[in-house]
Design a protein around this ligand. Structure first.
Ligand code: GLA
Length: 729
């Protein structure tokens, strides 16, 4: 059993293959945090905590004669609020008498086999793993609020999941103002924070900074997990490298507004509070009602590579739910950068024919296929094929594409509406707009109020009709603007603070219904590129378009950043045209191929404009990707260049699960005159096996891992190289 309770000491111990997590119910009934880190066995870590009078840190009433005892200096599993812990709190609420405090003490706990579910939200599920659940109930008997803390212990995968359920146990309404998913304390040590910030076309840029005293806030209030701050953060020892050092990864499985607060307090103790963003949040909790927070995925490891591997494994196996989760992802061509809105049947058929000739498997018809969609100012909401552009209808086009041996996929943006659409004209109140206020426009579109049941049904029926009527095996589900003027015309004024979260509850239910009704369809998520790249979306869409920036060199940092938390198979990545449409940069085709192969591979350019030589090179790339895909998607991924080296080159490596094969890739981003050749040490090989290195020489795995490999001098514009490392004996 990976969860133990020791009644004598009040210890609750969670154990995975190589980590331990300890908490303690103290004599006063507070649930203290004691330890999370490398495995310890039975050792009770309470000896670590010495208490003394901290001055200006108050004491609970029943401990008023013991000035050493203060919530303000105590490591806790989930905090109280308004009662003297002046750091960032896990929860805030107001009661019907106006009081805004609660002090939670232990009530009971349960240890269960298997993994708990998180009703209404995506969650990490158990996939033939050994998983146990701990539920600890805390209660404040004055405010009558109960908090149930859930812990899922994935033994082999070295992952712990957490969520909190807040229950109104009284007879009067309570208004929740903040309801975070977890509080994780690191009472000792100095920490660097690695977070993933960005913007449209430059998502998930890693930044590593030492924590300073105060509160660091990483958040999105954009109604989407956002291009700006991904809901994933790492805290690591300042000495931590890819290979060594203590590090903690925390990922919120949520696609809406999120907030992570990391406080380094007056006593040099670090607290992380992660969950739904409380700005503009307010939830009415009637008597007996409960509120379920999104789940957090936690892991701790020795080195950043091991940490990433743990996240990759759990997301690939226990988050993604599709039939496609572990299977081959069709090599696709998307027409967006080839035609933009200027598409017609003739152009699409010509493009598809070229794609079929080089071995592409799936044709994706992007934006512009439906009526009144000549640009991005009109048409969203009316999902009816444009018969001017497609005179034989969508079915006529699909028949031709299928006739070439290609599968067919379609772009939709179902959560949106243009004012210039029949849908908006019929139901203006379905759009999110605040009363008496002209709404913020973005791409001239509005967001449909998915918190409404009628809107939910409309979208479900529209998408179901498309998927039933046409032979569609793939959907690119886009979302191209943030939520502003958040207001539901169907909700009472006091409940407007619930709308954004209700929107996401409805979106998840919609995805759940559609993926169950159409299990053979591959869904690819998208939000202006990677603006909703999160574990919540990955439950339903096994891959997500990583960025609208298709420039191979920009993609290096975007994909590098993404790889810290998310598996390679989830990263939608395409070879596009030069000069690149976002940056104007010229890069060789083999560099574009090398970079796109670090993902779910595809093409997005006008193949009809390419030479036979270029098409031949692409044909070879597709053949190669198909051969390597099992290793790229199922194997282990290693970052061989650090953030420091990435101004100069990026190197990375894949190793097959049985260690019989590896692919070493490098792209030089800044060739320097007379510089030392790039040298890397390979990872993860069998030390005793003999490998052939690109068919050029043979070498022991140990030699490649300890002596390394020196690249030949690579010069010119963004040169790249892939090396095949194959076990020969
Ligand atoms: C978004 C997507 C693009 C493309 C366009 C279409 O920006 O990220 O890939 O689908 O919308 O309008």
């Amino acid at each position: 059993m990976s969860i133990r309770y020791q009644e004598k000491t009040g210890q609750l111990i969670l154990e995975t293959a190589s980590t331990s997590y300890q908490m303690n119910i103290d004599g006063m009934g507070y649930l203290k945090h004691q330890y999370y880190g490398k495995k310890l066995g039975q050792n009770d870590m309470s000896y670590l905590f010495r208490t003394y009078d901290h001055g200006f840190s108050g004491n609970p009433y029943d401990m008023r004669n013991n000035r050493d005892y203060s919530l303000d200096s105590m490591a806790q599993e989930y905090t109280s609020f308004g009662v003297g812990d002046f750091r960032v709190n896990s929860i805030a609420a107001s009661c019907s008498n106006g009081s805004r405090c609660a002090e939670f003490r232990y009530e009971t706990h349960e240890i269960l086999d298997g993994k708990y579910a998180v009703p209404g939200l995506p969650y990490v599920y158990d996939d033939n793993d050994t998983v146990h659940t701990l539920i600890v109930s805390l209660i404040d008997t004055v405010a009558n609020i109960r908090v149930k803390l859930y812990y899922g212990v994935f033994e082999e995968k070295d992952v712990i999941t957490r969520t909190a359920e807040i229950i109104n146990a009284g007879s009067e309404t309570v208004w929740l103002r903040k309801a975070s998913s977890m509080c994780l304390e690191l009472p000792f040590g100095k920490w660097d924070m690695i977070h993933f910030h960005g913007r449209h076309c430059m998502e998930r840029q890693p930044e590593r900074v030492p924590l300073f005293h105060g509160v660091h806030t990483l958040m999105s209030g954009r109604g989407m997990s956002s291009h700006q701050h991904n809901p994933f953060v790492i805290l690591c020892d300042p000495e931590t490298t890819e290979a060594h050092g203590s590090c903690y990864g925390m990922m919120l499985m949520y696609s809406g507004n999120h907030k992570t607060e990391i406080e380094l307090d007056q006593f040099d103790s670090t607290r992380v509070v992660m969950g739904i963003n409380d700005d503009r949040f307010r939830w009415e909790l009637g008597p007996g009602m409960s509120f379920q927070t999104p789940e957090v995925i936690l892991s701790t490891a020795n080195g950043l590579t091991e940490l990433s591997h743990r996240f990759h494994r759990i997301i690939r196996h226990n988050v993604v739910r599709s039939e496609y989760k572990l299977s081959h992802r069709p090599v696709l061509i998307n027409n967006w950068e080839a035609t933009y809105f200027d598409l017609n049947e003739e152009k699409i058929v010509a493009l598809a024919q070229k794609a079929a000739d080089i071995g592409v498997e799936l044709f994706v018809l992007d934006d512009g296929w439906f009526k009144n969609r000549t640009d991005d100012n009109a048409g969203l909401g009316d999902w009816i094929p444009d018969t001017e552009k497609l005179p034989n209808g969508l079915d006529g086009l699909i028949a031709k594409i299928n006739g070439m041996g290609l599968k067919f996929g379609l772009w939709v943006e179902p959560e949106m509406v243009n004012e210039d659409s029949d849908l908006y004209r019929a139901h203006p109140d379905w759009a999110m707009t605040a009363p008496n206020r002209a709404p913020m426009m973005a791409r001239n579109q509005l967001v449909l109020d998915l918190s409404r049941e009628d809107v939910h049904e409309y979208i479900f029926n529209t998408l179901s009709a498309l998927l039933t009527k046409y032979n569609i095996t793939y959907i690119k589900w886009d979302f191209n603007r943030p939520l502003a003027d958040v207001y539901s015309h169907a909700a009472r004024p006091p409940r407007q603070g619930e709308v954004t979260h209700r929107y996401y509850l409805s979106l998840y239910r919609l995805y759940d219904r559609l993926t169950k009704a159409f299990p053979h369809v591959l869904f690819e998520g998208c939000a202006g590129g990677g603006g909703r790249f999160d574990a919540g979306m990955l439950q339903y869409s096994p891959q997500i378009w990583c960025s609208d920036n298709t420039d191979a060199i920009s993609r290096l940092t975007i994909q590098y950043g993404t790889s810290f938390g998310y598996p390679i198979s989830t990263i939608g990545s395409h070879v596009s045209a030069i000069p690149n449409h976002q940056t104007g940069r010229l890069t060789p085709l083999n560099t574009r191929g090398t970079v796109a192969m670090m993902g779910a591979f595809g093409y997005e350019l006008d193949l009809t404009k390419l030479s036979d030589e270029e098409l031949d090179e692409m044909r070879a790339q597709i053949k190669r990707f198909k051969e390597l895909e099992p290793m790229i998607h199922d194997g282990l991924y290693y970052r061989l260049s650090s953030m420091k080296e990435s101004g100069y080159y990026f190197a990375w490596q894949f190793v097959s699960p049985d260690l019989s094969r590896s692919l070493l890739s490098i792209v030089v981003t800044n060739p320097l005159a007379n510089a030392a050749p790039v040298h890397v040490t390979l990872k993860g090989l069998d030390p005793d096996a003999v490998y052939s290195v690109n068919g050029e020489f043979e070498c022991l795995g140990a030699a490649l891992m300890h002596g390394g490999y020196t690249f030949p001098r690579l010069t010119g514009d963004y040169p790249s190289m892939q090396l095949d490392i194959v076990k020969v004996k």
